[in-house]
Design a binder for this molecule. Sequence first.
Ligand code: AMP
Length: 595
Amino acid sequence: MTVDSALRSPMMHSPSTKDVKALRFIEEMTRNVDFVQKKVIREILSRNSDTEYLKRFGLKGFTDRKTFKNKVPVVTYDDLKPEIQRIANGDRSMILSSYPITEFLTSSGTSAGERKLMPTIDEDMDRRQLLYSLLMPVMNLYVPGLDKGKALYFLFVKTESKTPGGLPARPVLTSYYKSEQFKRRPYDPYNVYTSPNEAILCPDSSQSMYTQMLCGLLMRHEVLRLGAVFASGLLRAIGFLQTNWKELADDISTGTLSSRISDPAIKESMSKILTKPDQELADFITSVCGQDNSWEGIITKIWPNTKYLDVIVTGAMAQYIPMLEYYSGGLPMACTMYASSESYFGINLKPMCKPSEVSYTIMPNMAYFEFLPHHEVPTEKSELVELADVEVGKEYELVITTYAGLNRYRVGDILQVTGFYNSAPQFKFVRRKNVLLSIESDKTDEAELQSAVENASLLLGEQGTRVIEYTSYAETKTIPGHYVIYWELLVKDQTNPPNDEVMARCCLEMEESLNSVYRQSRVADKSIGPLEIRVVKNGTFEELMDYAISRGASINQYKVPRCVSFTPIMELLDSRVVSTHFSPALPHWSPERRR
Ligand code: AMP
């Protein structure tokens, strides 16, 4: 059933008044895409015309798209860095936005190894809230009865810092969970979480996870959907259960909270949830989790009423689909929305479709959207396409203009148009530009990997050994996942090849060289495991080339792939491994930015 038919055929379905309002809003937005976009850019330009940034381009009061496109350049984060740095340092003049920048959202994309800082204004929270409010009305069209139980969502806040000028810098979801809108959200039977706010808001991710899992177990029959923002987060929760189920079962059996929980707010809220011993539940958990070899379908065993998993499995997260299928016994996976720190973008109008068929419909009221045809090198004269004018089948790079002052900003996402809903195009998320390796929110590009390999290989120099070739692989079958780097070495002194200690130091040096999101995931979030180097036999990369050529690659143009995932190639590499080494310690990371 579509949103439209649900509205037009109330006999088939009778959405609540609140849902009808949301569905009507979607209808209105998707029918009037171009009109809404025109209005959005007019609003943005009228209010920001006096900013230092826009004044530079001499818009002379014009607020139409044509003038805007003619005068204002398409930019990347690095182009805006000087302005962003000034705001971060405390300059309160109207640099990018005429409204005060209230905080910076720290994107998982990086620039010079540090998270990007995205300016945001107070009212952006309402725009994000609006997009969230559309999700359940759409879901309710496909999955009835979600008001009869709860959602077990693993939600976390992350470390935040302050910029030198005193503005908070934190991830968008941390900002949202800490907001009054979230903390004081009115009771909505369709959105009841098993996790208390106190657990979600606890900055210690281990105490937070423990409590959220405990609540999920205590309320296991009430759970109708299970989720995390990204697939990697849900798998981490399963991994956590694997290591901690005994302690959790103990708490349930005695009716007391583990001494590992020291957070007073959690203790207080759990005193109302964990009120008495439940031996039957503890025995059940022991019997199900104690079968070491049989975690297949564990989600449906423990939470038998789960109707679907609410996790993003598009883009880099697609690598987790097989693992989620294994643990959930093939439950549907709903990818409900597409968003970023820069702006929230859109929603999936068919949330129960297969992961491979997911398309997001951009809501035209969120920002002004333009599309740079992919594969075209942008020039001064490049024509960017309007949201309403993109063509089915074509790939584009997303460019946005936000109320908070990003103008014609390249987000770095490549999207493909799959069709239209009313006059609103629907997009498949193809990939993030320039991302080679990703386990969760980390994004490592080719240049970062290259310099990490170079830095680490310096440690081999004393012995005259060199790295002659390398490639990489995101190992996601382990929980947490980790980076695997294959090295082929030229060992000068065959009688004295690098020993495990040296190689382990190389692993750590690579980690030290990777960007701050990677290091934060390793150190604070523990969502990435130690980096592994697999040394392969001499000649392996020759064989890799022969293989590629046998499959049609041109000898002249052959380049060593810096990341591999194709099974036969993995098998070839793994069959040539002579030694494996792991990083022996955590790299350095602190919430403070490197100056
Ligand atoms: P961040 O920079 O941390 O705000 O992350 C935003 C980025 O995450 C987007 O620009 C996308 O690359 C990715 N992302 C967000 N939502 C989705 C989704 N539904 N599917 C695939 N990738 C997504």
